[in-house]
Design a protein around this ligand. Structure first.
Ligand SMILES: Cc1cc2nc3c(=O)[nH]c(=O)nc-3n(C[C@H](O)[C@H](O)[C@H](O)COP(=O)(O)OP(=O)(O)OC[C@H]3O[C@@H](n4cnc5c(N)ncnc54)[C@H](O)[C@@H]3O)c2cc1C
Length: 398
């Protein structure tokens, strides 16, 4: 079944989606299924940047009450239906999204227990399921955790996908609905009398009635091509991957201080532990946050700090082999909310960017909001907290 937000849809708009990451793929899927003529343009390929350099967590557990939490709850539901549909519709040879509704366990060492319990209580008030585990339930859930972990809270709705495969699956779905993919770099905008008319690549001019900017950490640069302002900056993150092993981590397990790192705007290095096993048997260990522009230097310090904290949480990791490490650039906004909707000044320009560490999780709901914004229909989720016209995004990205 398609995402049927638009019951009697007949849409003849030509829409360019810039970016074939998770967010662009989700927007292309929603727009194509609503009947629009969609062209996706990406200079690297499908999931060629941040959407393949991340984990695939679909979390409600790290969201504090507010607009993003409401969206995350909705997106968590949407992913369940979408992943099942994309997996069912895949063609022979196409891998599955690896959607796993495995649940999350957030843990605290001594001092952090009271804060974690208060956080979980506030989340329950907005409908996030969060169960405090007693010592024996915690051991049963995660037998290999460090003995001095003081508290665990279980979030049954946390889930994950393999982000690169899930992005490819969304784009494949969009293409089945008629979307086309062009591998090209968008180098300029075509705007006449304040209205978008298309984009230029190095070789072509492509006409459009609307453009959706899904360029992730480069979304500010794309906005600038249209003389629009959108303050989105890169926030680098690193991940370690172990070799495959028998499963010893059964949920998405992370230290409660991760929530503080997510919510902080610090430019300096911050690390917190997120550990999860994958269907391939590897263990993903994240993650760090630092604002160093698009620099690829100085990766050892964050990797070492993440590794040290992970072995504190799961001591068995000390004796495991690393397969590889990788890093990516989260699209960061100064107010920690994604920018989704119409540009404040340029008619026909829409933005869907700035999801920082939650772009995989929030992708389907972002696609839904963008389709409604572009086609001018009413969404079931209040789009106003995410509008790109908010004052906090009108500065110049630094
Ligand atoms: C270490 C790390 C861990 C993370 N873990 C998670 C997680 O567990 N769960 C979660 O939800 N999120 C996570 N994230 C965040 C998530 O990866 C991002 O929010 C998400 O991938 C952003 O997707 P996007 O489509 O906006 O950007 P991208 O995937 O970066 O896509 C943008 C695309 O735009 C293209 N582009 C840019 N400029 C141009 C141009 N001029 N012309 C043509 N194409 C252009 C790029 O080639 C790129 O493919 C993590 C990120 C990192 C770095």
């Amino acid at each position: 079944m398609a995402l049927n937000y638009f019951e009697e849809e007949v849409c003849s708009m030509r829409i360019i989606v810039i970016g074939a990451g998770a967010v662009g793929a989700a927007c292309a899927l929603s727009l194509a299924e609503a009947g629009a003529d969609v062209v996706v343009i990406d200079r690297t390929g499908v999931a060629g940047e941040t959407s393949s350099r991340c984990e695939g967590n679909i979390l409600v557990s790290d969201k504090q009450p507010g607009a993003e939490a409401v969206m995350a709850i909705e997106a968590n539901r949407a992913w369940r239906e979408l992943a099942a549909r994309l997996d069912a519709e895949r063609v022979p040879g196409q891998p599955a999204t690896e959607f796993e509704a495995k649940g999350g366990v957030v843990v605290a060492f001594g001092g952090g227990s009271a804060t974690l319990e208060r956080f979980a209580a506030a989340q329950r008030e907005i409908g996030i399921r969060a169960e405090v585990l007693d010592a024996s339930a915690l051991r049963a859930a995660e037998p290999h955790l460090a003995a001095d972990v003081a508290l665990g809270v279980y979030y049954p709705d946390d889930a994950q996908v393999q982000p690169s495969l899930a992005t490819q699956a969304m784009l494949a779905g969009a293409r089945r609905a008629g979307a086309r993919l062009r591998i090209a770099e968008v180098t300029d905008a075509v705007v006449e009398a304040g209205r978008v008319r298309g984009v230029r690549t190095r070789t072509d001019l492509i006409d459009a009635d609307a453009v959706v900017n899904c360029a992730g950490p480069w979304a500010g640069e794309i906005a600038a091509l249209f003389s629009a302002a959108l303050d989105i900056r890169p926030r680098r993150g690193t991940i370690l991957v172990t070799t495959a092993m028998p499963q010893r981590v059964f949920h998405k397990v992370y230290d409660a201080d991760y929530v503080g790192a997510v919510g902080s705007g610090e430019a300096a290095l911050q690390t917190s532990t997120v550990v999860e096993s994958t269907p391939a048997g590897t263990v993903l260990i994240g993650s760090s946050r630092e604002r160093v522009g698009f620099s690829e230097d100085g990766l050892l310090a964050p990797l070492a700090e993440v590794a040290a904290k992970a072995t504190r949480l799961f001591p068995f990791l000390r004796d495991t082999m690393l397969l590889r490490t990788y890093f990516g650039f989260r699209p960061y906004t100064p107010d920690h909310l994604p920018a989704i909707g119409a540009d404040a000044h340029v008619a026909g320009l829409f933005h869907a960017a700035g999801h920082e560490g939650a772009g995989i999780g929030l992708a389907p709901t972002t696609g839904m909001l963008i389709a409604h914004a572009v086609l001018g229909t009413a969404a079931s989720l209040d789009p106003s907290p995410f509008l790109p016209s908010r004052s906090t995004l009108q500065g110049v990205a630094a």
